[in-house]
Design a binder for this molecule. Structure first.
Ligand SMILES: [Zn+2]
Length: 274
């Protein structure tokens, strides 16, 4: 098994071209994926194979797509204040499926706390109510975009208060005790399962791509009855292979680990079974 997982950020809109706009990049990358004869599978399918719950053949010649933080730009077509109309990620995936007949799927790791998102909407976006969760239930039911756990409040530096008990913010490496992990991870899983039932949250993506020994060696493996998660994703640039640690699954991040269509093509040629 060898599957690259590609990560996008729908709020990365700093211009209108591939390098400055993740919507342009995603649409272009889907064409590259199709041209190389690769299939798109879900991140959950990759985890199924890793955990021996599905056959490796189900993720052969495949790539999985994820995005982080969970704003309206994942789901809705939006009018950006500076860069005009933006097709939402969901629309880009549907356009691709419609044009090629191929399956398209993305897993969106969302910041769960409604209060935190209301603040981040102002501190990190245009303050127009674009970080609400009113699309999550429909997305979870429709199936093109799965909703998964990106923590309660991202322990985000711009929040006046986070659930990290010492207010050591702007990093996820300080989530290193049971009380903090419970507040950032288990509470987020509870909220998602309560609001998106019957869908269950089973995957986690580390905010800032940051983890620590407590989470990887103690909390995730030994408190499964509390958080109910099956795997956690970083932003380390490797494909998922059979010997991967389920609590440290790697992902490639658009704009960091590849910056052009040619770089993505090289990455995919090097990291997929073909
Ligand atoms: Zn994030």
């Amino acid at each position: 098994m060898k599957v690259p997982i590609l990560t996008y950020h729908a709020t990365n809109i700093f211009g209108r071209d591939y390098a400055s706009n993740n919507h342009v990049a995603l649409a272009d990358d889907l064409r590259t994926i199709a041209r190389l004869g690769l299939r798109i599978v879900s991140a959950a399918q990759v985890v199924d194979v890793l955990l021996g719950e599905a056959a490796p053949s189900s993720v052969e010649c495949a790539v999985a797509l994820t995005c982080d933080d969970g704003s309206y730009f994942d789901w809705h077509d939006m009018e950006h204040p500076h860069f005009g109309p933006q097709r939402g990620f969901a629309g880009i995936l549907r356009d691709f499926s419609g044009a090629t007949g191929r399956c398209a799927h993305m897993t969106s790791f969302v910041i769960v706390s409604p209060a935190a998102r209301a603040v981040l909407d102002v501190t990190c976006m245009a303050g127009r109510g674009w970080w609400r969760d009113d699309w999550w239930r429909e997305a979870a039911r429709e199936g093109v975009i799965a909703i998964e756990n990106h923590s309660w409040d991202h322990n985000h530096a711009t929040l006046p208060h986070t659930v990290q008990h010492e207010q050591r913010k702007g990093t996820f490496s300080t989530i290193a005790s049971h009380v903090d992990a419970d507040a950032e991870i288990r509470a987020a899983a509870d909220w998602l399962d309560a609001h998106l039932a019957p869908c269950r949250s089973t995957l986690f993506a580390y905010p800032y791509g940051e983890w620590n020994d407590y989470l990887v060696r103690e909390y995730f493996p030994h408190h499964g009855h509390e958080h109910r998660l099956r795997a956690a994703f970083t932003g380390e640039p490797h494909p998922v292979e059979a010997d991967a640690d389920r609590w440290l699954l790697p992902r490639y991040v658009c704009g960091h680990h590849w910056k052009t269509p040619a770089e993505l093509e090289r990455l995919l040629r090097d990291t997929t079974t073909r």
